[in-house]
Every structure is written in C-alpha cells, then in structure tokens.
Ligand binder design. Sequence first.
Ligand SMILES: Cc1cc2nc3c(=O)[nH]c(=O)nc-3n(C[C@H](O)[C@H](O)[C@H](O)COP(=O)(O)O)c2cc1C
Length: 226
Amino acid sequence: MDDQSGVFSRITLGRRSVRAFLPNAVGDDLLRQLLQSARQAPSGANLQPGSFIQVRGLARERLSAELVAAFRAGQQEVEDYAYFPKPMPSLLRRRQVAAARALYGALGIAREDRSARDGQFERNFRFFDAPVALLITIDRDFGSGGYMDLGMAIYGLMLAAEAEGLSTCAIGAMATYPGLIRRTLGLDEKETLVCGMAIGYADAAAPVNATRTTRCALDEYFRVIG
Ligand SMILES: Cc1cc2nc3c(=O)[nH]c(=O)nc-3n(C[C@H](O)[C@H](O)[C@H](O)COP(=O)(O)O)c2cc1C
C-alpha cells in the first residue's frame, strides 16, 4: 500500500468491506449523522439524486425471507440498471476473480464448493445480519450522471461510518431483485434499486472479515498527457 499519512488517509486505507458484525446497536442519532455526511456530497446542479431507506423490524425480516426464498428457488429478474460491462474484458475479469478468491479464501471455501458459495451469497440478502440495513434507490429518470453523484454520497456515508469506528458493506446483490423489493416494501415503480448497505460494528474474530483486496498500480489508473 502507498505510504500515506494523515487522518483522511487512515480512514480511506483503513476501510474495507465488512461482512460480519457484532450485535451492538447503532443509535438513530449516529445513523442520522452518517447520512448528513452522505448528503454533503457534491452533485451536478445540486440535484442530490437518490434516497436511503432504512429497513427495520418485521419489514426487514419479511424482505430477507422473500429474497432468500427467491434466491434458493433460482428466480431471476431483469435488473433495473446494468452494472458489469458485457462482455467482461479480461483485465476486469481477473480483478473480479481476485476479489472472489480473497473472499472465499478467507472463508476457506473451495472454488468448486457451490453450496458453500451460495450460502455466503445468501448472506447478502440478510444484510450480513448487520444492525443497520439500508436500501439505496434513485429515480428511474436519472442517467449515468445521477449514479455518479449518488456514488459519491454512498462513499461519503462509508467513510463517515469508518471515522466513527463503524464498518460497512455495499450490497449490489440487492439490485438483482428490484421488483421483489419494490413489491415487498411498497416502493414506487420509479424507484430504481441501486444497492443495499450493511452498517455496524465489525466482528474482528469472524473469518470473513479477514478478506483483503488489493488495488491496481497508480499508473494503471492515472496518466499525464502533455
Ligand atoms: C456498489 C458496490 C456493490 C457491492 N456489492 C457487494 C455484494 O453484493 N456482496 C459483497 O459481498 N460485496 C459487495 N461489494 C463489496 C466489494 O466486493 C468490495 O468493495 C471490493 O471487493 C473491494 O474490497 P474492499 O471494499 O474491502 O476494499 C460491493 C461494493 C460496491 C462498491
């Protein structure tokens, strides 16, 4: 990792996706404070696209039960928006495989162990049992620029959480069942499902939280012309 120091670098370099949490609750005031930080993100023409929905109690239990049942039954929906390039270029495919290897390696799950992999994947639909479960949506009429703005807000939320000693995991898997989620929660048809988010205090002893990813060299990311 690059040699960087300072409070901000400690937060950005210290953050990683956490997929197992302690049962400790996250107070409503603290959660609202994190969302205020997210709201400070800049956006084109200050349109501030997107919304964050906390799902709690019976609504959360019902939602997770429906999602897990759909996943186990092999149901598939057309996603509201395309995430991965099709076809996936080989460079990106290698990064995807490395991320999967880091996750399943930490869990000791072999590549060919489909049922163990499915078991881990299913945990997405339970928000990894985190004390806070969020869904993030954007109005259907927004184009790519809106997603860019919302992405900044999402990262703002993640870094604000990290600064408060909390951990997060964005859950793109939620976007695979947009119709089911809208139906179960009574969301408007125009609310496009972007992703979910788990927030809570990391369980440092959980093997899954030993997952470590790397980043490409800066020269692959940044170039200077002129
Ligand atoms: C938009 C988005 C969606 C993601 N969806 C999932 C997901 O569905 N399940 C999961 O386990 N991790 C998910 N992740 C976490 C990524 O796998 C993780 O960010 C990446 O491997 C880099 O690791 P790090 O966050 O620990 O640095 C998602 C991350 C982002 C930003």
